[in-house]
Design a protein around this ligand. Structure first.
Ligand code: AHR
Length: 666
């Protein structure tokens, strides 16, 4: 080949290579195309004190719904499922599962009857052993409870067992914690009592300390003595719970790490019910746990013993330092609506619920709260009237009755309507309007601007449910979290009108996925956060911080940015600049901060990046930290900085400020 020929060949080869790379770049779906020209951007932040605006303290919180076994079999640490034998309904005989018989038809008969000592939950379990001593299998006969897809029993930890027993004869019942098939006993004790001791219902309590561990463990009650005994309200709870208030510690520490400013509870659709008779009722969820009837939540289709009731939610909010947001049923379910003419007793029920939370310890309902161990009132200042009920029969009429009665008795209560006031004027008074959005990633990214044009007067917005869902989200993708982060940046920038926001749903027990995706995934023993959970960590400091104007100029339309000045618990101050890169280009970013009244301390400054090699990456039990924020020191921290922003990433720059630049309260 001639020299010219070699040159032509090289040029052709170069052309083919460049063309091939171009094709690779434009066909790559979500992969990163390294050889594409980078985008560039300039981010100007005005950090002067006169241009800052305080973000509402309440801006980012959490929404807890009893969905996906988030509460029963979730954050509520009770290990026994169907502890009162009520889940099969109050007509007997009934299904008492997941309780399971140990023994066969010749040795044991088990069924439910209505002999319980508890008026509101009359069903109890009748256990008849037909064998004696050597005629019984060596392991005995009886029943076991597998909990919610297996109990997590840990070596050396303490478990408190309470049960109610009755028999007309003497009893000898073994109570054991075992592994999943009962072949290994981890802890055991015996209830030995004469007939006179147990001829009436008797409450028995033990502490059990397993000498081994099992993640799929069970509680067994067995006997080798012929006779009949009854059981009711059988409870097994780890002795070590979050703040000693009955919540699973590992799950609650994930929530506490988000530093939520409010807790909206207990739903969602769960509040409404498919039918009204199956909706959550707060009065049935308070008082001694043994006396709560429990109920079947017919939207998410499972039974709840209601150990996690209205009181426990208020307690949880207090323990998290979060303002409780109580969503109450206004006589409207998915399928029925109470006529406004008949709504008075529902309104009274709402007023009673406020008295329960706020009334003095000698008031009718305040005294029930006090008897549960909280004589001091709870701080309840937010109530939502219904969930997603706007437009349903009687909603507005019912709402107005609730609104005027509550405001009349409690003028400081903030009332949240289900009717969206974005772009329209409400025909009824409200302090907040509820805004829910579940959408695709690109639509969520665009919605970062949705409140830009909102009216600046009238009720404030409460974005109480937001998430990217369906194919863009899978079971919790990086892609979803990027779009959500951009949306939250939009909320920060509009926080003069948007005062509260929460992701939904918060939790899923992996054994009962009713809704995808969710922020926190768990089973009986393990837990991990989805990228949407970790994304929320970028917004933990926003409530109560100062929003500094931030402007992006770029040839990329896939960026969103904001800047805040926030203070650590030790009073050290940071300028936090957040930038979301929703696109698949690397971005060369110039950051320019003006108006700082104090110098930047590079030693304490840091940057945090959330990204992954594939934008559809998810975390899982086998790889729980595949997509998590990575924090590194920011050695070039300065008011003028160059940074490379990775494709598909959320990046924050926390510039440590040498001294306080804002007055304590603005
Ligand atoms: O978050 C899941 C459900 O979505 C909520 O129960 C409901 O409010 C919404 O439709």
């Amino acid at each position: 080949m001639s020299w010219q020929g070699i040159m032509d060949f090289n040029r052709r080869a170069q052309f083919v290579l460049i063309y091939a790379l171009f094709v690779v770049c434009i066909t790559a779906n979500y992969g990163v195309c390294e050889l594409k020209a980078n985008k560039s951007a300039t981010l100007s932040v005005d950090a002067s004190s006169q241009s800052g605006r305080k973000i509402p303290d309440t801006l980012f919180g959490i929404f807890f719904e009893e969905i996906n076994h988030a509460g029963a079999g979730g954050i509520w640490a009770e290990l026994v499922s169907n502890r009162g034998f009520e889940a099969g309904g109050q007509n007997t005989p009934s299904d008492f599962s997941p309780w399971t018989i140990i023994g066969d038809e010749t040795t044991i008969s088990v069924g439910t009857d209505r002999s319980s000592p508890f008026k509101r939950n009359p069903v109890a379990l009748r256990v008849q052993s037909n064998c004696d001593a050597d005629a019984c299998p060596s392991t005995g006969v009886g029943v076991y409870n597998p909990g919610y897809w297996g109990m997590n029993l840990e070596n050396g930890k303490g478990y408190k067992l309470i049960l109610h027993v009755k028999s007309l004869d003497s009893v000898n019942i073994s109570v054991s914690l075992t592994n999943s098939d009962g072949s290994q006993t981890l802890a055991t004790t015996n209830i030995v009592a004469s007939a006179s001791d147990v001829s009436d219902w008797t409450k028995v309590q033990f502490e059990l300390f397993p000498t081994g561990s099992a993640t799929g463990g069970r509680l067994q009650l067995t006997t080798r003595k012929k006779g009949v005994f009854w059981l009711d309200q059988v409870s097994l709870v780890p002795m070590d719970t979050y703040m000693g208030h009955g919540f699973r510690k590992d799950l609650l520490s994930m929530v506490a790490d988000l530093k939520p400013r409010f807790l909206r509870f207990p739903g969602g659709c769960y509040v409404e019910g498919e039918r009204l008779w199956n909706a959550f009722r707060w009065t049935a969820s308070v008082g001694p746990w043994e006396e709560r009837p429990g109920h079947f939540g017919d939207v998410w289709n499972y039974w709840s013993d209601d150990g996690l009731g209205y009181f426990e939610f208020l307690q949880l909010a207090e323990d998290l330092g979060a303002a409780p947001v109580w969503v109450i049923n206004n006589g409207v379910s998915h399928q029925d609506s109470v006529n406004t003419a008949n709504i008075a007793s529902w309104v009274k029920d709402a007023l009673d619920s406020i008295e329960f939370a706020r009334g003095s310890a000698d008031s009718t309902w305040g005294s029930v709260r006090a008897s549960m161990g909280h004589p001091e009132p709870f701080t309840l200042k937010y109530m939502a009237i219904g969930n997603e009920d706007c437009g349903k029969n009687y909603y507005t009429g019912n709402y107005l009755k609730f609104y005027s009665a509550i405001k009349n008795a409690y003028p400081d209560m903030n009332i949240i309507t289900n009717c969206n006031a974005l772009g329209t004027t409400l025909d009824h008074p409200a302090d907040y309007y509820d805004f829910h959005t579940y959408t695709t990633a690109s639509s969520m990214f665009s919605q970062k601007n949705v409140f830009n044009s909102a009216k600046r007067s009238g009720p404030k917005a409460f974005v109480s449910e937001y998430a990217v869902w369906q194919s863009d989200a899978g079971k919790g993708s990086l892609l979803a979290s990027l779009a959500e982060a951009a949306f939250l940046i939009g909320l920060e920038n509009n926080s003069d009108i948007v005062e509260m926001a929460s992701y939904a749903p918060l939790f899923v027990n992996d054994n009962d996925r009713r809704w995808n995706p969710d922020a926190i995934v768990f089973n009986s023993s393990h837990v991990y956060g989805t990228p949407s959970y970790w994304m929320q960590h970028y917004f933990r400091e926003s409530g109560g911080a100062i929003l500094n104007p931030a402007t992006i100029q770029s040839n990329s339309s896939s960026l969103a940015a904001s800047a805040i000045t926030w203070k650590n618990s030790d009073n050290s101050e940071f300028l936090k600049i957040k930038i979301v890169n929703f696109g698949n280009d690397t971005v060369n970013l110039k950051i320019s901060v003006s108006g700082l009244s104090n110098s930047i301390n590079e030693v304490d400054s840091f940057t945090t990046v959330l990204t992954s090699s594939n934008v559809m990456d998810e975390n899982s039990f086998s790889n729980p930290t595949k997509v998590v924020p990575v924090q590194t020191p920011l050695t070039n921290a300065n008011s003028q900085m160059d940074a490379v922003i990775q494709p598909h990433s959320i990046t924050s720059f926390d510039l440590a400020l040498a001294q306080t630049s804002y007055a304590a309260d603005m």
